[in-house]
Design a protein around this ligand. Structure first.
Ligand code: GDP
Ligand code: MG
Length: 699
């Protein structure tokens, strides 16, 4: 398969689309992506989540559980353009997969289940995409389901997402069933087969099923929405306005290009309808991705920082200086690959690249186009593409790659701190080393996992973003190594911090053999309640030379991994070091490091220690019949209920709670509601745990 890499001409960036699909769990993202692949004739069969036959959910764990765990990339040709597509997971436990995909994307399709409406993850991915400056479109899915009422949802959707939504397709029903969509640009009907997708069809038959015909009557709703679309696009466009006022139908191509500019600027969000399962509305979505989504040239310009701190706008020139960003590491087809978005210039096999954050160079040994788990070798990749590369052993998620000597750094990721942990034990001691090695790889692949050691028991400690996250990691160890590792019960992953601020002088003066080691450093520690990671910096009057600063920084970073109170990582604080002894030789540099360590220990003691616990936002969606029971159960756990929404059949309860108070709630909820309620958590930072609670929890 690797034999002859294709030497492709650089793609014209105007013909590229780099698009992600994100949403709440079960909205139908993976099913939709599988339909996009089928309709573009990349796949001859439609992959089904329920049958474990999807291209994009290819991991054993994904197929067994019927959920997406890792973002997966593929690409497809449509109307002369190439669409790079990234399907992402909806569970908050795997939220990093969405966050890091956003580094690489230009636009996002957000899928909404028409019966569920906007759910917790819909809102959070929407916010993240807005912050990342991505153009967005909404795909309203599952319109085949009984009770689907897209019109009722529209106003609420726009309000919840704070977006100006513009429907561009609308369901077309015959005999009470959805058979296609109305294209609202010209009121043509785009039909798709309403046969169950489980009845296999080949692409040719599917193409033949599609006809556009304005002869069949479209619903009044669609006609009203068509008029609204014309009026919206005529805003600020004199000649279009004249056509609309005169009742002339404007050319749909002109309407699309008017809309495209306003989608790329983020002003308007196109809304499309369909049923991924029945392959309805998918062609219209493919067209919209090419006609309306930004090419790499149409998105807001990315800026990268040079070593002197200056910001430089990046071009999209395939012949420009290389700037590419690693957004994901993964083991694929027995290789350790890094997924890379090339922003400017081109990457070539056997090229040396410089790492902006880690420093030094690495050698690219292979470049591939990913299609789920399959890798197709390429000789090069130019600006605007997403590829998998081999050969990077030191680059982490978020690293920027550049040409030697001229590397610019793109902003990396703010990683959330893990919130749950468990002890991990191999069945026999001889397997401890291979187990640790695999865990170290998992942690490299997924930076929201953390590996540590439990001092008391000698066990390994794995921490992550939720019970599901740890459970999947444990199962992957068993699947991939055959080691039947055991996991202890999940525990809340506490962190340490300081109560206020403290400053102390650390000094050292001792003989080491014949050498006298001397050093002095004043260290200040300040609580920073809203920062996730500790930050170490140097005061302007610090006299340490640059190499001493690097050594001091490394030593203090290591010290901050184990706090003075419980040996847990320190967070939410800033450390400022002011070196007092000029560093001229190795003895004075060692003295500086030892003095800074002592200064830190004293400053931490002066600032007073605090234990932090993770908090979460929660959302319970329940049939009204069970609402009172579930609210009672929640209140019994001491959580803060902030709002109760909905009437009639469904109730939505939202609030905040310490993660501790929600443990086991999901399991209890299933039996209390006979599996009809849905419970979602989202991280909400850390807060100080009261001293009396510490004792109550045995800490
Ligand atoms: P994801 O979690 O967003 O990736 O959702 P999946 O694609 O895994 O789909 C979740 C479930 O919803 C699966 O059982 C799908 O078969 C089902 N599903 C997806 N799209 C539709 C749809 O349009 N209509 C119906 N009725 N079910 C759908
Ligand atoms: Mg999925």
């Amino acid at each position: 398969m690797d034999s002859r890499p294709a030497e492709a001409a650089p793609l014209d960036p105007r013909l590229q689309r780099v698009i992600g699909v994100a949403a709440h769990v079960d909205a139908g993202k993976t099913t939709l992506c599988e339909r996009l692949l089928f309709d573009a004739q990349v796949e001859r069969r439609m992959g089904e989540v329920e049958e474990g036959t999807t291209v994009l959910d290819w991991m054993k764990q994904e197929r067994e559980r019927g959920i997406t765990i890792a973002a997966a990339a593929t690409s497809l040709p449509w109307k002369g353009a190439r669409i790079e597509l990234v399907d992402t997971p909806g569970h908050v436990d795997f939220g990093i997969e969405v966050d890091r995909a956003l580094l690489a994307l230009d636009a996002l399709v957000v899928v909404v289940d028409v019966l569920a409406g906007v759910q917790a993850r819909t809102e959070s991915v929407w916010r993240a995409a807005t912050q990342a400056g991505l153009a967005r479109c909404l795909f309203l899915n599952k319109l085949d389901r009984a009770g689907a009422d897209p019109a009722r949802l529209l106003t609420g959707l726009a309000e919840r997402l704070q977006a100006r939504l513009l429907p561009i397709s609308w369901p077309h029903e015959e005999g009470g069933a959805i058979v296609g969509v109305v294209d609202l640009f010209d009121l043509s009907i785009v039909r798709a087969s309403t046969r169950s997708s489980r009845a296999r069809r080949d692409p040719a038959a599917c193409q033949a099923d599609l006809t556009s015909s304005a002869a069949v009557a479209v619903s009044v709703e669609a006609q009203v929405l068509h008029q609204e679309l014309l009026e919206c696009l005529a805003e600020g466009d004199e000649s279009l306005l004249e056509d609309v006022v005169a009742g002339r139908q404007p050319d749909p191509a002109r309407l699309r290009s008017a809309l495209r500019a306003r989608v790329c600027s983020g002003e308007l969000v196109p809304l499309l309808c369909g049923s991924a399962l029945l392959n309805v509305g998918v062609h219209t979505l493919l067209d919209a991705l090419v006609d309306l989504a930004p090419s790499p040239l149409d998105r807001p310009v990315r800026r990268a920082r040079s070593k002197d701190g200056a910001l430089h706008p990046l071009g999209v020139d395939p012949l420009g200086p290389l700037c590419a960003q690693v957004f994901k590491l993964q083991r694929l087809a027995q290789r350790e690959v890094a997924f890379v978005r090339v922003h400017e210039g081109a990457l070539r096999v056997h090229q040396q690249v410089e790492l902006a954050h880690a420093g030094g160079t690495e050698h690219i040994t292979g470049i591939f186009r990913a299609h789920g788990e399959h890798l197709e070798p390429l000789a090069s990749a130019s600006a605007g593409s997403i590829v998998a590369v081999t050969g990077l052993t030191r680059a982490h998620t978020g690293e920027t790659l550049g040409a030697s000597g001229a590397v610019l750094a793109l902003p990396s990721l703010d990683l959330p701190q893990p919130v749950v942990s468990c002890l991990v034990e191999p069945p026999v001691d001889a397997q401890r080393a291979p187990l640790r090695a695999l865990l170290q790889w998992l942690v490299r692949e997924d930076p929201t996992l953390r590996l540590g050691d439990d001092v008391a028991s000698g066990s390994l400690v794995l921490a992550g973003m939720g019970e599901l996250h740890l459970d999947v990691a444990m199962q992957r160890i068993r699947d991939e190594t055959g080691i039947e590792a055991k996991a202890g019960a999940p525990q809340v992953a506490y962190l340490e911090s300081v109560q206020s601020s403290g400053t102390a002088l650390g000094t050292i003066d001792r003989l080491h053999g014949d050498e006298r080691i001397q050093g002095a450093a004043e260290v200040s520690v300040v609580a920073m309640p809203h920062s996730e990671r500790p930050v170490v910096s140097f005061a302007p009057e610090c006299v340490f030379d640059p190499s001493t600063r690097v050594a001091v920084q490394e030593a203090l970073d290591a010290e901050l991994q184990a706090g003075p109170r419980l040996g847990l990582p320190l967070t939410a604080l800033r450390v400022v070091v002011c070196g007092r002894n000029p560093t001229v030789d190795s003895a004075s540099r060692l003295g500086a490091v030892l003095a800074a360590r002592e200064g830190l220990a004293r400053a931490l003691a002066a600032a007073g220690s605090a234990v932090l616990e993770p908090w979460v936002r929660f959302e319970v969606r329940t049939p009204s019949s069970h609402a009172a029971l579930l609210q009672g159960e929640l209140m019994g756990r001491g959580v803060e209920i902030e709002e109760v929404l909905g009437d009639g059949t469904d109730r939505l309860v939202r609030g905040r709670a310490p993660l501790y108070a929600t443990f086991g709630f999901a399991r209890g909820l299933r039996s209390l509601s006979q599996g009809r309620a849905d419970f979602t958590l989202a991280p909400a930072g850390h807060a100080v745990l009261a001293e009396r609670e510490l004792a109550a929890r045995g800490l």
